[in-house]
Design a protein around this ligand. Structure first.
Ligand code: GUN
Length: 292
């Protein structure tokens, strides 16, 4: 069994990005600039956004964090988005999700200029991804593709089973794994809460990608011997022995599943760190106008 070291892979990607930023500046250009809008103070979201901003500094990017009260009106939020769309100094920006209930998330995501949509959530980017056109890919699926590629995992003709159909991970992941580019060329099954006999499907998987946010949901009896297992779950579970008061749990019962796998991602240190690295990569691509 080989552990897929997302932390190390993310470090390598960030070093590559930092080297490219140095080149841009040496050639007289300016540093890529990422902005993030954070509405409210949900614990997970604050941590993610803070880590995104810190990661910008590490690779030599400019970053701007815009914090808004969770009572902010949709109108004011849309106004801020319009401002960022029109600001030539901002190459890309994200609106951290989830948003408070009184705000229409779809409307907000559609308001982001698709040329600055480094999260890849705008319908134009989603549509272009499905059509196989150049697009900003959502960071988590993009990170998983990087992990498969950098560990040279064979995906050709394999059966990939994706558990979870979220717009951020499961749905785009299933599409990308079916594409005729590497990593891809898989036969894909996508499972969700209404799938009948889930274990029947997961046991068929050569590559099992789980993104449901249910700690330790996937047990050893649900996994085929020799499978590649990618665990996207990061649920905070109370743990009084930790300084933070919680620890992160994946969707896979790691201790019993790992011995059956050819490759598996740990939690933490698997997919999580790659999400931030790929957001930076998208911002670099936006700054260089590689897509639009
Ligand atoms: N919330 C959970 N994952 C993400 C992400 O990748 N981007 C944003 N903006 N919000 C999220």
């Amino acid at each position: 069994m080989t552990l897929l070291d997302g932390k190390q892979t993310a470090e390598t990607i960030k070093e590559e990005i930092a080297a490219e930023v140095k080149n841009i500046i040496a050639e007289g250009g300016r540093a890529p600039h990422l902005a993030a809008i954070l509405v409210g103070n949900d614990g997970g979201s604050v941590t993610y956004v803070t880590n995104k901003v810190l990661a910008c500094e590490r690779v030599g990017f400019e970053s701007t964090l815009i914090q808004m009260e969770d009572t902010v009106s949709e109108e004011i939020l849309l106004g801020k988005i319009a401002e960022l769309n029109n600001d030539p100094e901002i190459d890309g920006f994200i609106v951290q999700l989830p948003l408070p209930k009184h705000i229409d998330t779809e409307k907000v995501l559609e308001a982001v200029d698709h040329r600055k949509d480094v999260d890849g959530f705008h319908p134009v980017n989603v549509g272009r991804m499905v059509a196989g056109l150049p697009a900003f890919l959502p960071a988590t699926p993009y990170g998983i593709l990087q992990l498969l590629e950098r560990y040279k995992i064979d995906t050709f003709g394999k059966h990939c089973v994706v558990v979870g159909r979220s717009k951020i991970v499961g749905t785009p992941m299933s599409i990308l794994m079916s594409k005729c580019t590497y990593p891809g060329e898989c036969t894909v099954t996508i499972c969700h809460r209404n799938t009948v006999d889930l274990a029947h499907h997961t046991r068929q998987a050569d590559i099992l990608i789980v993104a449901i946010g249910k700690p330790e949901f996937i047990t050893a009896d649900m996994v085929k011997e020799g499978a590649v297992v990618i665990d996207v779950g990061t649920t905070r579970v109370a743990d009084a022995t930790r300084k933070a008061g919680f620890k992160l749990k994946g969707d896979v019962k790691f201790d019993e599943v790992a011995p059956k796998c050819s490759y598996i991602t740990p939690v933490p240190g698997g997919v999580g760190p790659l999400t931030i690295a790929m957001l930076l990569k998208n911002t670099l691509r936006a700054a260089r106008h590689e897509i639009y």
